[in-house]
Design a protein around this ligand. Structure first.
Ligand code: ZN
Length: 258
């Protein structure tokens, strides 16, 4: 019995290792960064849809027609120029005073009503939507899930040789499910800024509005920074990076002005 479990464990590790080789190499759009992704697109999209459904059940949804229209318009206009693999895009405005937004796998995007205190015009809102669309297109959640699976899988394979194959896949599935709502890493945030800047320019929004947006975030109130800031690089850092990318973005903008 013990031997069988060990063999199962080894077999899972071998299967897991070959899985890494098979699907471990992908490239992000625009930046061309190599990514470690071992969850399938369909798994990630399913987890994203489930999490979105749950958030929509638990958080009040705004019926403000102006905010909803603005978010739908900007979201769809950005998604139309993105490297969209055919996602079923959904954009929801949530009643929440925190100036924040989020993206889940498969093109599920949420924007809080509080964001409108910081995104003060159409182009600034488009900068947020482009950033979130970029997270989804660059599969940042799947990348996050893959890191968690690799960590948990490594621990399970090294520590618990007695884990059965079923227990082993259970551990991995749980790691992926939890990771779907983990904050993104800083390199992913910078990448979403870069991809988002090019997407907004291509959609015909002035990319300089992205810099204005982060200036607004920087001066936005009080001692407690909004959540959007605490999980993201500092506004000064991202403004510097955005300005460095601006000549390329402006070229794209001028070529696509409507
Ligand atoms: Zn972000």
């Amino acid at each position: 019995m013990q031997m069988d479990s060990i063999k199962n464990g080894i077999r899972s590790s071998v299967a897991f290792a070959s899985l890494l080789v098979l699907v471990g190499c992908q490239t992000a759009p625009i930046t061309g960064r190599n990514q470690f992704i071992i969850v399938s697109e369909s798994q990630a999209v399913q987890l994203g849809a489930d999490a979105y459904k749950q958030i929509r059940t638990e958080t009040p949804i705004s019926r403000d027609p102006t905010m909803n229209q603005a978010v739908q318009d900007a979201g769809r206009r950005i998604a139309a120029v993105a490297h969209d693999p055919g996602y079923d895009w959904e954009f929801t405005v949530f009643e929440d005073a925190d100036p924040n937004a989020f993206a889940l796998p498969g093109g599920k995007v949420g924007v809080n009503t509080g964001l409108f205190q910081v995104a003060k015009n159409e182009a600034q809102l488009a900068a947020v939507m482009a950033h979130e669309v970029a997270h989804a297109i660059a599969r940042h959640s799947a990348e996050r899930m893959s890191q968690q699976i690799a960590i948990q899988g490594g621990l399970a394979a090294a520590g618990a040789a007695s884990a059965t194959a079923a227990q082993y896949s259970g551990i991995l599935a749980q790691a992926a499910t939890l990771a779907v709502v983990l904050p993104f890493g800083r390199n992913q945030e910078s990448e979403a800024d870069e991809i988002g800047l090019m997407y907004m320019a291509e959609a015909g929004y002035d990319p300089r509005a992205a810099v204005e947006l982060w200036q607004n975030f920087a001066s936005f109130g009080g001692d407690r920074p909004p959540e959007f800031l605490s999980t993201h690089p500092s506004p000064g850092t991202r403004i510097d990076r955005l300005n460095a990318l601006m000549p390329r973005a402006l070229e794209i903008y001028r070529a696509n002005q409507q």
